[in-house]
Structures are given as structure tokens and as C-alpha cells.
Ligand binder design. Structure first.
Ligand code: AHR
Length: 502
């Protein structure tokens, strides 16, 4: 019989969760910016042209930090194009996605929008076609108070107070041959290190992220990390990780196990960081920024055709994956993996936020709507605040095409002592059986079982659209809690949020 058991104790702590693991990402790509967050001719646009209907859903996700402006886009981006009077801003060819960038939105507008959605900006600098000088100019523009060329340029552009951007990415996916200005590890490591040095001279309070590999599929992974960290270790605070999964072979069981790859990826990168730490006799432990993660595959084929056949369009529909119910389960599993490593992963960004591989979609002249993946992200962002507790979990297991000994049930608990709340997140990966999950919660003896939220659909391939929220969470009858033992039944292929409160 399939079953799972977990012991939850406040003494088994992974870490205080850094809220920035619930970050997201806005790239100048497809309809993410234009027609996504910004659409001045839309009925819901505010005085700045930002869609208020989008802002409302973004706020529902409670996102603390948003990465910008790319992604691949940043490697040929000229930030000066996007500041100053909009009528004077040039159009430029974006080489990453072969579209035309109008520059109506730039750094100042993005930071303004971030403040409207209560998020902190995380800005990437162009280390593809540009380098040290442009990065130091941009940070001077953003963070220096006044009395210098670029800070005064910002003030002249109507932004009196510095943006105070705290987190900066030193380029994007520089290991990837597709990247404009792709570099060897040695070339990148040297450039990143010197850029970091210059940026910190302007503002010593910033935090810097070095580019790790674009994913475990890269032939240079993980020697890329070892080489670049050898050159940047003392200058940076984080190394980045990126991953996207997809059910390309129509094998749901294998797809639902793909978070195992994410788990191994984090372990490997942590080990490489610690190897460099030991090699350098350093006292500093490098943290991880998982600043691109999601499911991405539905739109691949049609996008290749679009980019080949009709380049240089303005904000065409690109990367518009319509997510299935099983994608939402994988997103839930990936979020639990981030929590499991919250002692090491201090920032993470779902990629991306609106229209482009996104939880939020817009119709050009109509509505905004929630994809299936919106819900697990919302749940973990809302309830996964506090201390991640070590999952002392025993579950029956199965093998898949690419993974062995995969737990039938994956689960983790988060304890919020301030709100006296214990939340258990759980996925039943099995497609046929209800699996009982038994949790020893004797350590939380004053807590009551208050809610069981479930995301479940009989059809793993079911999607949402502008008119139908086919896949949406609902509250289900509570299981039992007596003598410190909690028992819940997890439906086949379901996402579950189990809440206990004092
Ligand atoms: O998020 C979409 C793209 O995926 C990003 O531009 C790039 O960094 C990654 O390859």
C-alpha cells in the first residue's frame, strides 16, 4: 500500500526562509512588458499606462523581488535608450528575440512599477555587448544621490531620489552559445570580477549575482561554475541557476519527477561553491540565486517558426505557454525543492511574470487571467513564510524513465512562529491512488487543523483560459488531528496546502 509519513518538529530547522525566493522576472520579451504590465490604451491603464488589472493579480502573488530587463534581452541592451523623454527614445533591434524594442519602458518606469506592486527591483547589466563602464554608469544613474553626470541625468529625467537597487546580476547566461557576447568561463570570470569591483566602488551596499550555467544540460556544467567562481568568489554574493522542464515525451510520471533534477542541481552547485571556498581558504559561504525556473516547452516549436518567418515585430506573442494542470504540480514540486534548500537558495525568480511563460495572461483588449501555475506559486508565496522545517519524510517510492527512488508523496512544512501557523505543502505524484499522509505534529500541540486547500483536476492536461478557470484551488473537508497525529488523504496527482494554527 502506498503511504507517506512525516515527523514535523520545530527543532528540525533548515533555515529562516528568505522571502526573495518568491521572486519573479520581467523581460523585454514578447508581450511581457508591452501588452503585459504596460498598455496605455487598455481600459484598465493607470496614469502611467500600467494595467491595473495586471497589478491586482501581481499583488495576489506577493512577489518581493523582480528581475529585469532580461534574460537574453539584456546582452544587447543599451539602458540609456530607455531613459529620458519617451518621444526621444530610439527604437532598437533586439538581437536575442529578433524583435523591435521601442524603449517606451525603461529603468525608471520599471522601478516605478515595482514600487506599485510592492516589489524590489533586481537589475541585470549587459556583459554581452557592453561591460564595466556601462555597468558603473547604470549603477551611478540608479543609486548615486546627486552631483555626478549620471545621477544628475536621473534627476533631470524627473526622478529625484535614487532608486537604491540593491541586487544586481552580472550579465545573463554567459555560458550559452545563443547569448549575444557569449564568453568562455575565463573571459566571463575576469569581466564579472572587474565589473563587480567597479560597481561596488559606486555603491558598496549592493549584492551581486554571478552567472552560473544556463542549466545542467550544458556540457560545461559544472566546470563553468568552478572556473568563474575561482575568478569572482571574493567579489560576488550569489551564483545563479536556471532551469526549465517540460513533458516533451508525453510521460507524465517522468515529468512529475523532474524536480529531482532541480534538487541534484542545487546540491551540485552548492558543492562547487564549497570547493572554491575551501580552495581559497575563505570564510564566506556563497549563496544561490535560482533566478530563472519554470515549466517551458509548449510554445517552443511555434516560436521558432515565428522568429524565423517574421522578425523585427514589436511585442509579438512569444513563449506564451498555456499551462496544464500537471505543469502546476511540477511548479509546486519545484517550489518545495527551493524550500528544502532555503539555507542555500536565498533568491529565486519564477520566469516569467506576465504572458511570457507566465502565471498571469492578458488579452489585448480584454481580461487578465490566471494560469494553472498561478495557484501553487500563490500558496507558497503566501504561506511559505517563516522557518522551513527539515522534511523527515518516509514515502513509498517509484522509478521513472530518468529517475529512481522517487517519493510518491513529496512534502515540506513551514512554521511561522510570529503568526503561530504551521503549513504543510504536499504533492501526491501517483496518478491512480489516494495516498494517506500521516504527520507527527506532537511538537505543535496547541495547534488546530484549520484548512486543507487542494488543487486537483481529473485531466492532467486541463488548462485555464480567459473565460474558464478550469483548474482552481478549493477547500476540502479536513482530515483528522488527534493526539498530535495528523492524517490526511492526498488525492491522486494533487497539490495540497494543509494549515494548522494555534
Ligand atoms: O526566460 C526566457 C529565457 O530563458 C531568458 O531570456 C534566458 O535567460 C533563458 O534562456
Amino acid at each position: 500500500m502506498k503511504k507517506a509519513k512525516m515527523v514535523i518538529s520545530r527543532d528540525f530547522q533548515i533555515a529562516e526562509i528568505d522571502r526573495r525566493i518568491y521572486g519573479n522576472f520581467v523581460e523585454h520579451l514578447g508581450r511581457c512588458v508591452y501588452g503585459g504590465i504596460y498598455q496605455p490604451n487598455h481600459a484598465s491603464a493607470d496614469e502611467f499606462g500600467f494595467r491595473k488589472d495586471v497589478i491586482k493579480l501581481v499583488k495576489e502573488l506577493q512577489i518581493p523581488i523582480i528581475r529585469y530587463p532580461g534574460g537574453n534581452f539584456v546582452s544587447n541592451y543599451y539602458w540609456e535608450d530607455g531613459v529620458g523623454p519617451v518621444s526621444e527614445r530610439p527604437k532598437r533591434l533586439d538581437l536575442a528575440w529578433r524583435t523591435t524594442e521601442t524603449n517606451e519602458i525603461g529603468t525608471d518606469e520599471f522601478v516605478k512599477w515595482c514600487r506599485l506592486v510592492n516589489a524590489e527591483p533586481m537589475i541585470a547589466v549587459n556583459l554581452g555587448t557592453r561591460g564595466i563602464s556601462d555597468a558603473r554608469n547604470l549603477i551611478e544613474y540608479c543609486n548615486h544621490k546627486s552631483g555626478s553626470r549620471f545621477s544628475d541625468m536621473r534627476i533631470k529625467n524627473g526622478v529625484k531620489e535614487p532608486h537604491n537597487v540593491k541586487v544586481w546580476c552580472l550579465g545573463n547566461e554567459m555560458d550559452g552559445p545563443w547569448q549575444i557576447g557569449h564568453k568562455t568561463a575565463n573571459e566571463y570570470g575576469r569581466l564579472a570580477s572587474e565589473t563587480a569591483k567597479a560597481m561596488r566602488q559606486v555603491d558598496p551596499t549592493i549584492e551581486l549575482v554571478a552567472c552560473g550555467s544556463s542549466g545542467t544540460f550544458m556540457s560545461t556544467f559544472p566546470s563553468w561554475e568552478a572556473e568563474i567562481l575561482d575568478l569572482t568568489y571574493d567579489q560576488v554574493d550569489y551564483v545563479s541557476l536556471h532551469t526549465y522542464y517540460g513533458n516533451r515525451e508525453n510521460n507524465s510520471q517522468n515529468f512529475l519527477a523532474s524536480s529531482e533534477d532541480m534538487d541534484n542541481y542545487i546540491k551540485t552547485v552548492s558543492s562547487v561553491c564549497d570547493y572554491i571556498k575551501a580552495k581559497k581558504r575563505s570564510k564566506k559561504t556563497l549563496m544561490l540565486s535560482f533566478d530563472e525556473w519554470n515549466v517551458w516547452y509548449h510554445s517552443n516549436k511555434s516560436d521558432d517558426d515565428k522568429m524565423k518567418n517574421k522578425p523585427w515585430q514589436i511585442a509579438p506573442s512569444l513563449l506564451e505557454d498555456n499551462y496544464t494542470f500537471e505543469d502546476a504540480l511540477v511548479v509546486g514540486l519545484m517550489l518545495m525543492t527551493l524550500l528544502k534548500h532555503s539555507n542555500r537558495v536565498r533568491m529565486a525568480c519564477m520566469a516569467q511574470l506576465v504572458n511570457v511563460i507566465a502565471p498571469i495572461m492578458t488579452e489585448e483588449d480584454g481580461k487578465v487571467w490566471r494560469q494553472t501555475i498561478f495557484f501553487p506559486f500563490q500558496h507558497v508565496s503566501k504561506y511559505g513564510r517563516g522557518i522551513a522545517l527539515t522534511p523527515v519524510l518516509t514515502s513509498t517510492k517509484h522509478d521513472t524513465k530518468d529517475f529512481s527512488d522517487v517519493n510518491d508523496v513529496q512534502s515540506i512544512a513551514v512554521w511561522n512562529s510570529e503568526h503561530s501557523q504551521l503549513v504543510i505543502f504536499a504533492v501526491n505524484r501517483d496518478q491512480n491512488d489516494i495516498i494517506p499522509l500521516t504527520c507527527d505534529v506532537r511538537d505543535f500541540k496547541d495547534y488546530r487543523f484549520i484548512e486543507h486547500i487542494e488543487l486537483k483536476h481529473e485531466d492532467l492536461q486541463m488548462c485555464n483560459n480567459a473565460n474558464n478557470e478550469n483548474v482552481a484551488p478549493k477547500t476540502v473537508p479536513l482530515g483528522e488531528l488527534s493526539n498530535g497525529v495528523l492524517k490526511v488523504n492526498l488525492k491522486p496527482t494533487s497539490w495540497n496546502v494543509i494549515r494548522l494554527k494555534k
